[in-house]
Design a protein around this ligand. Structure first.
Ligand SMILES: Nc1ncnc2c1ncn2[C@@H]1O[C@H](COP(=O)(O)OP(=O)(O)O)[C@@H](O)[C@H]1O
Ligand SMILES: [Mg+2]
Length: 373
């Protein structure tokens, strides 16, 4: 006779067996996005590299602080890697604008990635957040020649590609900055690219493409002589303030909406903002000797309020790193906090109410310390 408890036991056993079977067929294995045992291969190092440096060492941070794996960057040697005429374009780490540069880790990591895998990169962000100096600093640490081309509305394609010039009775074709940088194998940064005449953008397409080359339209002769092959270490970068979208608030006059086909060719898009407060404090203290923790804190309080008001559309100007450094330098020499800010920034603002607003931030942050001489 089967009792009630036998029946229950049988139900449990059946349930257990079906659960065990399900476990066996589905398996406990987690699905993965990545192919098992796939060997990741980074591109080969350039032939003129003399060694390699880990990104974490280059950026002086712990590997676990990087946004991704700790890959290797090529290290070049000034004399061994480059001919003499190229060496003059290698920035030195102690040049004034990059000497005290504090690496913004995420942005620097992705610029390194772009340099490593040879993809054109684009750094965009608010003024003074370190866009132009970032690739220069990286190049200085790797001994990689770096050429920064400032954009302007009156540049024409001959500036980039070259032109005919009279020389000792002959006319000779003088290659422009782009073919020169391409042959040298330099990192070529087109700074403030959205200030370039838009009709120039398509001319840059070919050089930004995989396996790209430069075609010199105005060079005379056979097609062969018009083609410039890109050296293995040539890299293209660009910077601007508007993500290539132009300026809707009138703060960056002269910028245009970039051709979206041109933007597509910049394969690594880095957007930078002001650094976090701790880093900005470090930059201020490193760059301007004599800045105390208290002074830096008070100045950064003002900067935070100015930036918030600017973002909200209540102020027409903001306090970027450049004027902050300038303000600190003047303050250290004169001990006049308000006067120093007035000469650095306030006098550039037309609206009296905005000036008063910023003065009130300074009052609130410094309080009685303002009168300390
Ligand atoms: N991360 C940083 N570390 C140190 N100084 C910085 C940093 N970012 C910006 N600066 C300072 O601000 C100035 C402006 O930087 P820059 O690269 O010209 O800005 P952007 O090109 O974004 O307008 C630099 O000269 C430098 O003194
Ligand atoms: Mg710049």
């Amino acid at each position: 006779m089967t009792t009630r408890s036998d029946e229950l036991l049988q139900i449990f056993e059946e349930y257990d067996a079906s659960a065990a079977k399900k476990l066996k067929t589905d398996g406990p294995k987690k699905k993965s996005l990545w192919e098992e045992d796939f060997e990741v291969k980074w591109p080969a190092m350039p032939v003129n590299a003399v060694g390699a440096k880990r990104v974490s060492d280059l950026l002086e941070c712990k590997p676990n602080k990087l946004p991704g794996p700790d890959f290797e960057m090529p290290m070049f040697d000034r004399e061994q890697s480059w001919p003499e005429y190229v060496q003059v374009h290698i920035p030195s780490p102690d040049e004034a604008d990059i000497e005290h540069y504090v690496m913004p880790i995420e942005a620097a990591y992705w610029v390194c990635y772009a340099l490593r895998v040879n993809k054109p990169f684009f750094c965009s962000g608010v003024k003074g957040c370190g866009k132009s100096t970032l690739p220069k600093r990286i190049c200085a640490l790797l001994n990689w020649p770096f050429i920064r081309k400032q954009s302007a509305k009156d540049l024409d394609s001959s500036e980039f590609f070259g032109q005919w010039k009279a020389e000792e009775g002959n006319t000779v074709f003088v290659p422009g900055d782009l073919p020169q940088a391409a042959v040298m194998g330099a990192v070529f940064l087109i700074d403030e690219i959205s200030n370039l005449p838009p009709e120039l953008h398509p001319a840059l397409h070919q050089v930004a493409e995989k396996g790209g080359r430069i075609y010199l339209n105005s060079q005379a002769g056979d097609v062969e002589t018009k083609i410039v092959e890109l050296a293995e270490t040539f890299r293209l970068g660009a910077s601007d303030n508007t993500r290539g979208q132009g300026d809707s608030r009138g703060h960056y006059s002269g910028t245009d909406v970039m051709n979206s086909a041109t933007m597509d060719r910049f394969r690594v898009m880095v957007v930078m903002d002001y650094m976090d407060r701790k880093l900005e404090k470090k930059v201020l203290k490193n760059t301007v000797p004599g800045v105390t923790d208290l002074l830096a804190d008070k100045m950064l309080n003002v900067a935070a309020r100015v930036r918030a008001a600017y973002s909200a559309g209540d102020l027409s100007d903001t306090l970027s790193m450049r004027p902050l450094i300038e303000w600190a330098e003047k303050a250290i020499l004169t001990h006049d906090i308000m006067g120093s800010l007035t000469m650095t920034m306030l006098n550039k603002i037309e609206s009296e109410s905005e000036r008063k607003e910023i003065e009130s931030y300074v009052q609130a942050s410094f309080g009685g310390l303002l009168n300390e001489k």
